[in-house]
Design a binder for this molecule. Structure first.
Ligand code: F6P
Length: 325
């Protein structure tokens, strides 16, 4: 017979993402709804090591569904990568009587979950990163809001680039993946998009795209560069050195991580948080919540993390068509 789950903890770890607060709210409310106590663990895995705990009730999560960031703070914990740190975290779990942890974050967060589960603590992960780079899920929280933030910024840049007949080189986040850049590039009608998944051929991928665009009577250009593909500064300099343009470079940076979560992020966060508690309450562990073709599922964490996410070839072909004539 399964042991009843009486008390769980929730934490956010790694880079923050819009929708994390909505996910915390959902975990807390679902737990209470199911008669499970829930405590907040602040500052990611560091909080579990040092017992940085916040008591939660249904009203602790009032009014956070619409705010960016995370009310529990977040961190990338070096200490948790050590055995001593992990043992201390396990000790905190035992002292607090935690039957399980819902960890909201990305790849690094889930590696932390795996470490903790080796000591018999039940863990469930909720994917939240603006990079959308977790292979087993079509969607990670924050991706939609970050895309919209980048699109809004680039639309503004376009106005001034159009007026001055200039070239804009914009660097977007994404770490080693180009999902965000490709999606944003499609949304803004970019002249060219550089992603790490495609080896850079400057002549073909940049110079030729600008030439094609010029033939279409365009006098301003937007080049979207994924941070994992190249540095926007370098691309801007190469454009200047190669053709008669004087590009302006913008690195969007952390602005992409903030802001009011979109409706999609709020709803996905609420659904995923709910599902995470359900999975823990059913007595499962080492599971990752995933969205697969719109349906929420949970997969084995090790299997999910072993998968490799590839760039959407369909989206890339569409981009080739849009930038190729
Ligand atoms: O993983 C999210 C992310 O924003 C990446 O896109 C980016 O490379 C990284 O985090 C930046 O991390 P930091 O907050 O440590 O600067």
């Amino acid at each position: 017979m399964k042991n009843a789950v009486r008390r769980i903890g929730v934490l956010t770890s790694g880079g923050d993402a819009p929708g994390m607060n909505a996910a915390i709210r959902s975990v807390v409310r679902t737990a209470i709804y199911r008669g499970i106590e829930c405590v907040g663990i602040r500052r990611g895995w560091n909080g579990l090591i040092h017992g940085d705990i916040l008591k939660m009730n249904a009203s602790s999560v009032n009014h956070i569904i619409s705010s960016g960031g995370t009310m529990l703070y977040t961190a990338r914990s070096q200490e948790f990568m050590t055995e001593a740190g992990q043992l201390q975290a396990v000790n905190t779990c035992r002292l607090l009587g935690l039957d399980g942890i819902v960890a909201i974050g990305g790849d690094g967060t889930f590696r932390g979950c795996q470490a903790l589960s080796q000591y018999g603590i039940s863990v469930v992960g909720v994917p939240a990163t603006i990079d959308n780079d977790i292979a087993c899920t079509d969607y990670t929280l924050g991706y939609d809001t970050a895309s919209n933030t980048a699109v809004e910024a680039i639309d503004k840049l376009r106005d001034t680039m159009q007026s001055h007949e200039r070239c804009s080189v914009v660097e977007v986040m994404g770490r080693n993946a180009g999902h965000l850049a490709l999606y944003v590039g499609l949304a803004v009608g970019a002249t060219a998009v550089l992603v790490p998944e495609k080896p850079l051929d400057f002549e073909n991928d940049v110079v030729e795209k600008i030439r094609i665009s010029r033939l279409r009577d365009k006098t301003h250009y937007v080049i979207v560069v994924a941070e994992g593909a190249a540095s926007a500064m370098e691309i801007g300099q190469r454009i200047k050195d190669t053709i008669a343009l004087d590009p302006r470079v913008t690195v969007l940076g952390h602005i992409q991580r903030g802001g009011t979560p979109s409706a999609r992020d709020r709803v996905m966060a609420t659904r995923m948080g709910y599902q995470a508690v359900e999975v823990l309450a059913e007595g499962h562990t080492n599971r990752l919540i995933c969205a697969v073709r719109g349906v929420l599922e949970d997969v084995d964490m090790a299997e999910g993390l072993a998968m490799k996410k590839t760039l959407s070839e369909q989206q890339y072909r569409v981009l080739e068509a849009m930038t190729g004539v």
